[in-house]
Design a protein around this ligand. Structure first.
Ligand code: AMP
Length: 414
């Protein structure tokens, strides 16, 4: 399939060409035609599959055709809700890139900054609004956002919205949308709570499944490093010293404090690193991200929420300095590399305390991450096989059995 076969208008085809895309990704070839036909979409797709273009392109084309047909309005026509500021900014950039020459104005709303710049743009008129839920609801309540002219609503990364506690805000926003509209719903995973939310929103949707639920991309090579906790820093520096092997890396920690600590000791060893997390100002986060994207800094240390959806072209390595306690998070983390058919490498540093998290991940991705022993800090312990799995899905899993289980397997080893 080619983009030409998708019946796209010339300015969009040109924008796609300018971006250097030659063929549509699977979600693009499956979603663009039904969206152009006005259908609702339930899309199950991982980050990195090209889903932003899969909705942005047909939204732009539909608006353009409406404008050509004489439907002119100053009101907001398309609304896209997404969980994080970084994602909102990236989606805004995509609309600008694909919509070159079409004459639509898009604006991005997110919290953590003053609202004046955002309300000024809203007053001047916006065709396409991209927003995080909290700030959108806030500005709606203050009367700055009029959604009565809305024709298309997109909910992006729905599972993450739920995880981040945005569900009530989302429901409040949905209540205020005009009932006659097209709705597009995207989520990386489809647990029952997400299916329920989608049912409340969509009418006779076309369902598109790009990656089976919670699988890791085939383009990512995964490796497991068994290492004592005290040796993790030294192992990280040892790995990063080989510039030829690891030209750039996104390093994940579980906590904001951990991200700062890791960035500090990498810097102390003479390797450029910056940290991004929710405690940093929006400007500091954007600056760190820009430095990393332009190869000014080699290593970006991030927490999960700060890194969700970050689009870094040709990121070669993701390093899990700490193993996430939610197995789905592992899938999202390593989805930062190997995007859109590039290959990538995901390295995970696992200490004894984290072995059960690895078991949960193996169960979710339905394969064992190969162990890498060729490094100076390899330990001889083998992750014990757990007899009774504690993983019961993201919603109903309690902390207590996991901790009990972890202590048991550790004491058994001693
Ligand atoms: P997304 O899943 O929307 O975050 O997109 C992931 C990455 O794939 C982004 O860097 C896009 O610029 C890129 N991308 C989107 N569509 C294509 C395509 N058809 N061919 C190559 N790269 C693409």
């Amino acid at each position: 399939m080619t983009f030409e076969q998708l019946d796209l208008i010339a300015p969009i085809l040109k924008a796609i060409q300018d971006k250097g895309y030659t063929t549509p990704t699977p979600i693009q070839s499956q979603a663009i035609t039904p969206i152009l036909a006005g259908r609702d979409i339930l899309g199950c797709a991982q980050t990195g599959t090209g889903k932003t273009a899969a909705f942005a392109i047909p939204i732009l084309q539909t608006l353009y055709k409406q404008k050509q047909a004489g439907h002119r309005s100053e009101k907001i026509k398309a609304l896209i809700i997404t969980p994080t500021r970084e994602l909102a900014i990236q989606i805004g950039e995509s609309f600008t890139a694909y919509g070159q020459g079409l004459g639509f104005r898009n604006t991005v709303l997110f919290g953590g900054v003053t609202q004046h710049g955002q309300t000024r743009k809203l007053r001047h008129g916006v065709d396409i609004l991209i927003a995080t839920p909290g700030r959108l609801l806030d500005l709606m309540n203050q009367g700055f956002v009029d959604l009565q002219g809305l024709t298309t609503f997109t909910l992006d990364e729905a599972d993450r919205m739920l995880d981040m506690g945005f569900i009530h805000d989302i429901k409040k926003i949905i209540k205020k949308l005009p009932p006659k509209r097209q709705s597009l719903f995207f989520s990386a995973t489809m647990p029952p709570s997400i299916v329920k939310l989608s049912q409340s929103l969509l009418t006779d949707p076309v369902r598109i499944d790009i990656a089976p639920q919670s699988t890791t991309a085939e383009t990512v090579t995964q490796k497991l490093y068994l290492v004592e906790r005290k040796d993790k820093k030294a192992l990280l520096v040892h790995m990063l010293q080989d510039i030829a092997r690891i030209p750039s890396a996104l390093v994940f920690t579980r906590t904001k404090h951990g991200a700062d600590k890791v960035a500090k000791f990498i810097n102390a060893s003479g390797i450029g690193a910056e940290a991004i997390h929710g405690n940093k100002s929006q400007n500091a986060r954007q600056k760190a991200l820009q430095n990393f994207k332009s190869n000014k800094t080699r290593v970006l240390v991030a927490t999960d929420i700060a890194a969700r959806g970050i689009d870094i072209k040709e990121l070669s390595h993701v390093i899990n300095f700490e193993i996430p306690n939610e197995p789905e998070t592992y899938v999202h983390r390593i989805g930062r590399t190997g995007r859109a058919e590039n290959s990538g490498i995901a390295l995970s540093f696992c200490d004894r305390e984290e072995v059960n998290y690895i078991h949960d991940i193996h169960k979710l991705i339905n394969r064992q991450i190969p162990i890498e022993n060729e490094h100076p800090f390899a330990t001889d312990y083998i992750p014990p096989k757990r007899k009774k799995p504690t993983y019961q899905g993201p919603r109903n899993r309690g902390q207590a059995p996991r901790q009990k289980q972890r202590r048991r397997s550790w004491s058994k080893r001693r």
